[in-house]
Write a protein that binds this ligand. Structure first.
Ligand SMILES: [Cu+2]
Length: 720
């Protein structure tokens, strides 16, 4: 759910950095100068900065209006890339710039090789934020870098900070870092470390956290990623991971694709089968149009849904009351269905009230982009007309691997391929080559193609997920659509409407067809077998985690307040809370009756989860991840992949290996068809931690708005 009207209003303030072109450098700083107001007028906070030299700041290319292939750097060996952060002078767009490339390149690197990325932050941070290390700006004070009165400054190892509180807008401050999503690499500093590594804007005026050994200044950092030889070959991606501002910086465009190659890539190229890398992004609606009079703090509520006030009754009190009622009901009226006290109760008067629920999620909040080009929405109903679509061509008979990364911050997609021939549209089975970078394989690790009938069961790709599809060119006279079906977000979720993403038409000379079942595209390498084998080990520890909202100050068991009645600090009925908490484990380290549901604290040194290797090379654990909320979430684990064993099947074909997984919502309360009185949604995951994972890293909801709001946890892997 999205209850962040002020965040929606502030995000367009990012448009600030674009206003200064190379010729108007001194008077208008490109960063954080514009605050968007209702009525269309923009208010510029102009800060003179004599040190500013716009020539230092690389520019992003203009946003493309048509589909285009992304530039590529590297190959299937060691790869070294120099990236700088650029901005667009006309839009609220950021990009990674590589030398003369004005957009983020697709980075190719070989399994068993080293990827080096030197990243420089060339942005200019100015205005009041120039003076203050204010990672999370206060939303009530509009451009004031002050905490709300009840949100006290807290000490941290890197200096004072403002705890990330629910429903606080997260304006990016221009600081960045980098996460290589899905790569099996070390979480240590100078590798894939995201909590302490910070790359500051050029003229940052506030305190600076201690720099890493791979930094020559606070403005740059050289990441070195050593990919193991058994690294699965497939599609990964890179994006900024500054906690509290991930959503904004991702939506502004600080994303790019990574392809890990093995011998199969060269082989497929040799038989003429190429890749098409498709990077999907999302941007908020309405965009803050600084010149067009768009009101920026519009809250677009889903249609047919009760207004926000219906949700502002005390959810915390309601939750406790429900818990008490459940206890009483269980004891006295065994025939009466009981509301599961673990499920967030607050929504049942609002979006999830019986009769109010619209499975579409209502009006959309985000538009999509494809390789930077806007996916135009249909102003009416149904899919967009062909004339509005992004297009590409394929040669008749040609096969391509569409490598699709959902780099959107908040949006789920459900990919479909539709063949349109002789006026008839036919939904094709999805021919899946890999998911989250890992090829489909049987229990022995033998790879195969996967054919999914998505007419009955959608294959949902959450934010950060990847899917690699083999696509056959349409015959002459026919056409093909790559589209996303509407995703049901749960009754409390946001809208992910159906959209056509790309129109494919045939053109050029025909090429010879390959094997009928495309089995000739598969190569089997021992490294994949070795990796998958670890996931079959018996788990040594079982843990339970829960996604929750509205739970602040409660223990998981709901039998008592965490530490006395809630205070203003603990609980604000106007806010939605977002948590992801370990609530039980069989290693004796978690007490469900004492575990408080609290948002993630990036500056709390203590990890929530400690994984002991006990001197071994690896340990395998089983994590049950529950969802007590009435909307879907996207569970992501840094550093490692997991096998989703939720199906309970002994057939590994049905148990995908992923790094980001959709966690189903709790069923609608009061809906007898879905199992009244309901129970949390859940997934069950099998994962292996190895010596290479020693260090600290995070797991979180990859709806980045949720992650920024605290839906995250930290795991520490130790050798002993
Ligand atoms: Cu979430």
């Amino acid at each position: 759910m999205r209850l962040l009207p002020t965040a929606l209003a502030l995000l367009p303030a990012l448009a600030a950095m674009m206003l200064a072109g190379p010729t108007d450098a001194v008077e208008t700083d490109p960063f954080w100068s514009i605050i968007c107001h209702s009525g269309g007028a923009s208010e510029a906070t102009l800060v003179s900065d004599s040190s500013y030299d716009a020539a230092d700041v690389p520019l992003c290319g203009p946003a493309p209006a048509v589909f285009h292939e992304l530039p590529v750097v590297g190959h299937g060996q060691d790869t070294s890339v120099v990236l700088r952060v650029g901005f667009d002078t006309k839009t609220s767009h950021l990009c990674f710039v590589n030398h003369l490339l004005q957009e983020a390149p697709v980075i190719r690197v070989g399994a068993g090789h080293t990827l080096t990325i030197n990243l420089t932050n060339t942005l200019r941070n100015s205005g009041i934020h120039h003076q203050t290390n204010c990672a999370i700006q206060n939303w009530g004070g509009e451009n004031l870098c002050l905490p709300q009165p009840v949100f006290a400054e807290a000490p941290g190892p890197d200096g004072p900070y403002y705890p990330i509180m629910a429903n606080e807008a997260h304006s990016a401050d221009g600081s960045i870092n980098l996460h290589v999503h899905g790569l099996f690499v070390s979480p240590l500093p100078c590798s894939d470390e995201v909590l302490r590594s910070t790359i500051y804007p050029i003229n940052w005026g506030g305190p600076v956290a201690p720099t890493q050994p791979c930094q020559t200044s606070p403005h740059e950092l050289t990441y070195t990623y050593n990919l193991p030889s058994d690294h699965p070959a497939g599609l990964y991606w890179y994006h900024t991971h500054r906690h509290g501002q991930s959503e904004q910086e991702t939506q502004m465009g600080l994303v790019g694709a990574i392809i890990v190659e093995d011998g199969g890539d060269a082989y497929r190229r040799s038989i003429g089968v190429t890749d098409e890398v498709l990077v999907i992004g999302d941007t908020p609606i309405p965009a803050c149009n600084v010149s067009g009079g768009v009101e920026c703090d519009i809250v677009r509520r889903p249609v047919g849904v009760a207004p926000l006030t219906a949700r502002q009754a005390s959810p915390a009190v309601a939750r406790q009351a429900a818990a008490v009622a459940a206890t009483v009901a269980t004891a006295a009226v065994s025939t009466q269905p009981v509301l599961d006290p673990r499920i967030d109760q607050a929504d049942q008067a609002g979006e999830c009230a019986q009769g109010a629920y619209d499975a579409s999620g209502g009006q959309e909040l985000w538009s999509l982009t494809l390789n930077g080009a806007p996916v135009l929405d249909n102003p009416g109903t149904g899919y967009q007309p062909d004339s509005a679509l992004l297009t590409k061509t394929m040669q008749p008979g040609q096969r391509q691997i569409f490598r699709i990364v959902n780099a959107a911050a908040d949006s789920f997609i459900a990919p479909q391929i539709v063949l349109s021939q002789n006026g008839v549209e036919t939904l094709q089975p999805l021919e899946v080559f890999a998911r989250d970078g890992v090829g489909l394989a049987d229990a022995q690790g033998n790879r195969h193609m996967g054919f999914f009938d998505v007419s009955t069961t959608p294959l949902i790709v959450p934010p950060a997920g990847r899917i690699e599809l083999v696509v056959h060119a349409p015959p002459i006279g026919a056409k093909l659509y790559l589209q996303s079906a509407q995703v049901n977000p749960g009754c409390g979720g946001n809208a992910y409407p159906g959209r056509r993403l790309l129109l494919v038409t045939p053109a050029g000379d025909a090429v010879p067809a390959g094997a009928a079942d495309d089995s000739d595209l598969i190569t089997n390498l021992p490294r994949l077998r070795a990796y998958l084998g670890t996931l079959n080990a018996a788990p040594t520890v079982h843990r339970t985690f829960v996604f929750s909202e509205y739970g602040r100050a409660f223990t998981y068991s709901l039998t008592k307040w965490n530490s006395g009645p809630p205070t203003d600090y603990d609980y604000n009925p106007d806010l939605t809370d977002f948590y992801l908490t370990e609530v039980a484990s069989d290693d004796g380290e978690v007490d469900p009756n004492a575990t408080a549901l609290r948002p993630f604290n990036a500056h709390n040194l203590a990890p929530q989860v400690v994984v002991h290797l006990h001197g071994r090379e690896s340990v395998t654990e089983e994590w049950l991840v529950e969802n007590s909320t009435l909307e879907i979430h996207a569970f992501h684990m840094h550093q490692i992949h997991f096998r989703d064993i939720s199906s309970g099947s002994s057939n590994p074909d049905l148990e995908p290996v992923l790094d980001t997984v959709v966690v189903p919502a709790a069923p609608l309360i009061g809906d007898t068809a879905t199992g009244y009185p309901g129970a949390p949604g859940w997934v069950r995951l099998r994962m292996t931690f190895t010596k290479a994972d020693i260090g600290e890293f995070v797991f979180h909801c990859h709806i980045l708005e949720h992650e920024d709001s605290g839906m995250m946890g930290k795991v520490q892997v130790v050798a002993d």
